[in-house]
Ligand binder design. Structure first.
Ligand code: NAG
Length: 148
């Protein structure tokens, strides 16, 4: 009985553990999902963006007190415009997904939503961390040694 309890607690702790991608693993998945050059944005810029937004952590969430929205997942996509979390005032849900989808280990849906974000006129400038850490910089090191 006690062994079962310990096993249960162990499985629970595994299941809530975040998937943190390794830089090159992430770059290769992005490439496979068609992100290289999507809307003119290089793979290195996408990797730089995710590095500074989430540290490649799929479970990252950050609450924005100003508009009571939350940023979700590896790309820190915002619930005010892009997904539905049931607690953000005046949410638009332009990606038509529950925000929890953006926290999955499988980043396919997060990538699809990020593509939707950059189809808007502001493009990749939607991400503050990209503007602060990647814009007008040499970002080649973010895909260095990845073979992509
Ligand atoms: C990831 O999710 C997509 C669709 O959301 C699915 O097509 C794909 O098979 C999944 N990949 C893995 C490795 O489970």
């Amino acid at each position: 009985m006690k062994a079962l309890l310990i096993l249960g607690l162990f499985l629970l702790s595994v299941s809530v553990q975040a998937k943190i991608y390794e830089r090159c693993e992430f770059a290769r998945i992005l490439k496979r999902l068609g992100m290289a050059g999507y809307r003119g944005i290089s793979l290195a810029n996408w990797v730089c963006l995710a590095k500074w937004e989430s540290g490649f952590n799929t479970r990252a969430t950050n609450y924005n007190r100003g508009d009571q929205s939350t940023d979700y997942g590896i790309f820190q996509i915002n619930s005010r415009y892009w997904c539905q979390d049931g607690k953000t005032p005046r949410a638009v849900d332009a990606c038509h997904i529950p925000c929890s989808d953006l926290l999955e280990d499988n980043i396919t849906k997060a990538v699809e939503c990020a593509k939707r974000v950059v189809r808007d006129p502001q493009g990749i400038k939607a991400w503050v961390a990209w503007r602060n850490h990647c814009q007008n910089r040499d970002v080649s090191s973010y895909i260095k040694g990845c073979g992509v």
